[in-house]
Ligand binder design. Structure first.
Ligand code: SF4
Ligand code: SF4
Length: 144
């Protein structure tokens, strides 16, 4: 039986998945990404100007011997993946920026936006009351 590169690999490509996400433009966008990063085993990275969310979580079908437990019926994305440019060749990823914590993202976002990205709920507005006289009738107005 022919051997493949995968035979000598610990299945690096089966231990995470990454999805492209929209590039954040405003504080609310960064805040959504911050929400991703407050979860365990999540990183966000920028590669060639594109933003990605990566979940560092191994596939449920990865066997203790690093083989696929559903090889014959594995998802197409796994079938289409090749060893040509895979993680085996280098764990030096091409990303320009990686965020492994919410704090790193906040620092980056604050710099990009030129102000704090952190959402602060507004204090409840005080309701000022004013009395005016309309004709002979007193009317109470709420000024908000
Ligand atoms: S495709 Fe690459 S990273 Fe995935 S198991 Fe094979 S050699 Fe390892
Ligand atoms: S289905 Fe198989 S090939 Fe695909 S990620 Fe899981 S273990 Fe790897």
């Amino acid at each position: 039986m022919a051997t493949s590169l995968c035979d000598s690999c610990v299945a690096l490509c089966c231990r995470y998945f990454a999805l492209q996400i929209d590039r954040p433009k405003k504080a609310a966008d960064y805040d959504n990404i911050r929400w991703y990063l407050v979860h365990d085993n999540v990183v966000v990275f920028i590669e060639k100007g594109k933003w990605f969310l990566a979940v560092l979580n191994k596939c449920k079908h990865l066997q203790p011997d690093n083989r696929c437990g559903i090889y014959e019926t594995r998802p197409r994305i796994c079938r289409d993946y090749t060893t040509d440019n895979c993680e085996y060749h280098s764990i030096e990823y091409d990303y320009e920026q990686i965020f492994t914590s919410a704090e790193q993202l906040v620092a980056y976002a604050n710099e990009q936006l030129g102000h704090s990205m952190i959402y602060k709920p507004r204090a409840p507005r005080k309701v000022a009351r004013a009395k005016i006289v309309k004709g002979k009738k007193r009317v109470r107005l709420k000024v908000v």
